[in-house]
Ligand binder design. Structure first.
Ligand code: GLC
Length: 654
């Protein structure tokens, strides 16, 4: 619906030297010379990154020059309001721009109430995070959600307030400072695709204000919605079918991709861009260091497409990034785009956006392929997909690697990739859904379906890492060897995400093997959404057993803490070291090389419950020299020229 235009990207109003628009000049006036200079230099550094994409998005509009002036004003106001401690952090980060790429980074993710009740409660638990070596702490959605069902907090009614059940914005600011003092960065969700229908903008729109109606996508009749629906898919087909909702009082259809209460923002309106920059800098100035930009694939709509991953999305994301880099350069952006491999890579910056877009993105493919290989005891698809579709590294960006998160697992194995390995896409996807539901004969996993769509045959899966790995089944059957095996699967997975490249994210409770939680079924606001099954509350009584080496919790916690310590001691794992997928030629073994200036680190992972062996000559040819396993510190001694790999073995060979 919108054509892409090119045009001189730097509007007159932002010309250098005395050319600052009035709003920006007045915001900067109270600052001292040094801080004004810093602003000018950082604006100059990022001007093209900012206005290049914005000119493509909005340059054709008659109000573009005024918008550009306002934007520089909003950014200047953000900088003027930036607290002293954060300006210092900005300088530190300018001096070490690779801070988030380092092997020392380890992430931990939780819902505040489920981890520690409140934000001050989290601050009291920081020793626990330190034990795991955590440097990056993701508070799952914590901004004020709508009352009742809020899609786990992703239906936000006020971006400038914290969920009152968790505390206040002051608490958040204090928590950010407490984290920072321990070398931990706070990550917070910023939902870009939609607001709650109770957000102030939506309320004004609903009351008939045309200025705010233009913040959303509204239609008087079904003509356009029907035309869009012809190519759209459904995100929540089971509980929120369709992409539009009719409001009789408003007399309009509203675009609601996710739930009815989540109204899609209209990013074709530059005022939406301005508002979000303002919110972004507000959060940055509270001490947030990582903004997790939610559901970014959906930001731009184009008739005749799925309205996902459109090129304009990348212009928006680059421009948001540039705005932040001017006023809050300590802050990085993480894109949440759970899309196919081809569409995923650009979120870390491709082509004109290379080095200028997201700093982090979830490695959804690695996650899906891990579970697929674990169920099939076959790593060929994993190796094929990761080798074929992904670059070995990025510029100024890297992955967030993870085994599980708060969302379902969608079995994103494409028909083409399956066919390349002689598999049927639909049959393999159905196998995975059955396997992780626990209904496939012989499956070790326990889980539940999420949003099965009889129309498309699509089935997604819910379950915790431990339950997916077989711990729940083994515990229920008091099967000791089964428990051992499940522990090895969990540790193998964490050793994989800790070495693959990027920041490994531990999902709260995985370090002590928390199982599926079925209590969500008793809560009417949650019962329709099986994702709550794998969002259990922290059980601190169970966690207390982590120091007892004889318990499951003790083995898992120690195992994961050891993996993270080994990661921090292996500079080979800096995210700038390319990740090259290897072919050891052994069934069920996945291998990659991290090529670093210090030499190679070879990761070997046995995805089966039987012994495997990899030729020592293969490891040597791949660059292993001293044959030290960096996970254990032990020298690996080949036998008959082979490196033995016990069931679910993981080795980081240098
Ligand atoms: C993201 C979140 C998911 C949420 C959706 C809509 O995908 O991870 O939990 O339902 O966005 O905000």
């Amino acid at each position: 619906m919108t054509s892409r235009r090119t045009r001189s990207s730097t509007p007159a109003a932002t010309a250098p030297e005395g050319g600052l628009p009035a709003r920006a000049a007045s915001a900067l006036k109270p600052l001292d010379r040094h801080d004004r200079d810093l602003f000018a230099l950082r604006l100059a550094r990022s001007r093209e990154d900012l206005f290049g994409p914005l000119a493509r998005l909005y340059g054709h509009r008659p109000d573009y020059a005024a918008f550009a002036d306002d934007l520089v004003g909003v950014i200047a106001e953000g900088w003027a309001a930036r607290p002293e401690a954060l300006r210092r952090l900005d300088l530190a980060r300018d001096l070490e721009p690779d801070w988030f790429l380092r092997e020392t980074m380890v992430g931990y993710v939780f819902y505040i109430d489920r981890f520690a009740g409140t934000i001050p409660g989290v601050v009291d638990r920081l020793d626990y995070l330190e034990e795991l070596g955590v440097t990056y702490v993701h508070f799952m959605p914590c901004l004020k959600p709508r009352p009742g069902d809020s899609d786990g907090g992703y239906s936000v009614m006020d971006y400038r307030q914290v969920d009152p059940r968790y505390g206040s914005m002051d608490d958040l600011e204090r928590a950010a400072a407490a984290l920072r003092a321990r070398g931990m960065s706070l990550c917070v969700d910023l939902v870009l695709n939609h607001t709650a229908k109770e957000h102030d903008w939506a309320l004004k729109a609903r009351a008939g204000d045309p200025v705010y109606q233009a913040y959303y996508r509204m239609f008087d009749d079904r003509t356009l919605p029907d035309a869009y629906e012809a190519t759209l898919t459904e995100v929540f087909p089971a509980h929120a079918p369709g992409n539009f909702t009719w409001y009789p009082d408003l007399g309009k259809w509203v675009w609601t991709t996710f739930n009815e209460h989540q109204w899609d923002l209209n990013w074709e309106n530059p005022r939406v861009f301005l508002e979000i920059v303002d919110v972004m800098l507000f959060l940055a100035n509270r001490g947030v260091e990582v903004l997790r930009l939610d559901a970014v694939a959906f930001l731009w709509k184009r008739m005749g497409t799925r309205c996902q991953n459109e090129p304009e999305v990348h212009d928006i994301l680059q421009a948001l990034r540039a705005a932040c880099r001017i006023a809050a350069p300590a802050v990085i952006h993480k894109a949440e785009a759970i899309v196919s491999p081809r569409d995923l890579v650009p979120y870390l910056g491709a082509g004109v956006h290379a080095g200028r877009e997201g700093n982090l993105a979830y490695h959804n493919s690695l996650m899906v392929q891990f579970w697929s290989a674990l169920a099939a005891r076959d790593t060929r698809a994993m190796a094929y997909v990761l080798r074929t579709h992904f670059p070995t590294h990025f510029r100024n960006a890297t992955w967030a690697t993870y085994l599980r998160c708060h969302d379902d697992v969608g079995w994103a194995v494409t028909d083409e990739d399956a066919a390349a390995l002689g598999l049927s896409g639909p049959a393999h996807r159905a196998f995975l859904a059955d396997f992780y539901e626990g209904v496939f004969p012989g499956s070790f996993a326990r889980g539940a379906l999420f949003q099965s769509n009889p129309g498309t045959g699509d089935k997604r899966s819910s379950g915790t890492t431990a339950s997916f790995c077989g711990l729940e089944t083994a515990v229920a059957e008091d099967d000791r060897p089964g428990i051992d095996t499940a522990i090895h699967r969990i540790l193998m997975g964490h050793a994989l995400i800790a070495a693959f490249g990027g920041i490994p994210l531990i999902y709260m409770g995985d370090e002590i093997g928390l199982l599926n939680d079925r209590t969500y079924l008793d809560d009417p606001d949650k019962a329709h959404d099986s994702r709550w099954m794998h969002r259990p509350a922290m059980d601190w009584a169970i966690a207390a057993r982590r120091t007892d080496a004889g318990t499951v919790e003790g083995r898992l916690h120690d195992g994961i803490a050891t993996i993270m310590r080994a990661r921090k001691a292996a500079p080979h794992l800096h995210a700038d070291s390319p990740t090259e997928i290897l072919d050891p030629g052994v069934d069920g073994v996945f291998a990659f090389r991290r090529a670093s200036p210090l030499g190679a680190l070879i990761g070997l992972f046995n995805f089966t419950e039987s012994w495997r062996a990899v030729p020592a000559a293969f490891a040597a040819a791949s660059g292993a020299t001293d044959f030290v396993d960096r996970l254990t510190g032990a020298v690996v001694v080949p036998s008959d020229g082979m490196i033995p790999l016990p069931p679910y073995a993981r080795i980081w060979l240098t």
